[in-house]
Design a protein around this ligand. Sequence first.
Ligand code: HEM
Length: 402
Amino acid sequence: MGIALHGSDLIHRCRIKYGDVFTLKLAGRSITFLFSPAAIQQFFSAPDAQIAFRPAIQPFTQRVFGLPSERFFPKHTAVLAALRGLLAPGSLSSRLQPVAAVMQARLHALWADGGEVDLLEGVKEMLFAPTVEALFGVKFCKRHGAAGLADAFFCFEASFELAASPLPQFLQRGFCAARSHLLSAFRASLAAEDFEGELIGDLIRQSSMEPDLAPNVMLAVLWAALSNSVPATFWSTAFLLLPEHRRHLDSVMACLPPQLPGGATSAETSQDLESLVQVALDRKGPLAAAVAEAVRLRSPGVDLRMAAADLFLPITDGRQLSVKKGQLLAVSPYESHLDERLFGQCAFEYNPQRGDLAAISGVAGIGGVAGFAFGGGRYRCPGRFFAEAEIALVVALLLSRG
Ligand code: HEM
């Protein structure tokens, strides 16, 4: 879940001072951070009876998204399984084809006057509407307007962590207004059956979600789908554009279709877009490696769990940490991804071609260059493959501007 970049800074300072384990009080919650590879392994692989996911995320599901735990949690496994199935790698080619065309149109609009474009704003512009269309459908976007939805979403997103804290929400008027705007849009589109045949409609149906909770589940999916992808796309592009990374940029450019998009109409470039989607889906290619490496180095969130029983966690040198039932536990991908025990001597360097990942290859449910940026184990991110391909698409289109 989210913890702002200054939070990552604090974690880094504490790590230097206190080592592999320390406890912080953040937004009124006492959280024990774990860094030893053995503890991280246990964090992701222990059964729910020992280390649980749901009670740890309750402040977010309940306070931020308005999903009452006693009704939502019994359906959580079904939601997660359905989303994993709907975003399985085999389905992505057809989902991403229309997304690529919308992204391309946005790219043309962004540079219509030939001026300069702020990278972060450009990324938001190229990700928001295409993602919403891919998951919620064109009818939803058209009915409510992508620009209005984007304004509400980024306002909601900016207050996300504060909203999960005990601070009364009547003091957070911007957040409440943005949430209510988005929930009303979901309600109106549900009533108009805009989601029939769309991924989100299938998700609600397959998980047998009660109609009155559906808008709140949609809000949670919208947040999950965009909150991490925006910074990840920004950094994936920015790292490649730094002069010292020229050779990585060259290998990415060499794998892109030659005619992209060059001001041509979408009809003229549809074949190129099709090849571009294939490049974005190639998990072994240089573009995927560049995205994974940027995600590894810039994952500002923390993964949360709660001790569901009194337990011991391995720290270092064979020592064990005694943890009481109810204690919140966290791992920080941002900090751990700089750990030489996991990523070798030059862990802090941007190197999409880094080879030695032996240390993380045995850790439950995680693997590859992105480490545990997408979480791990049973509750790992269900949108990972979609996210990586979508980010790759935006990066490729932005780079193709020359
Ligand atoms: C760079 C982009 C992304 C990153 C870094 C990311 C990361 C994460 C992480 C760390 C978790 C928690 C996993 C855990 O605690 O083990 C998570 C959960 C989740 N992600 Fe992603 N995610 C990304 C993109 C997406 C996208 C595009 C979608 C949807 C299309 C998505 C949907 C979800 C959902 C629904 C959950 C909650 C799962 C649950 O309730 O168990 N994510 N993500």
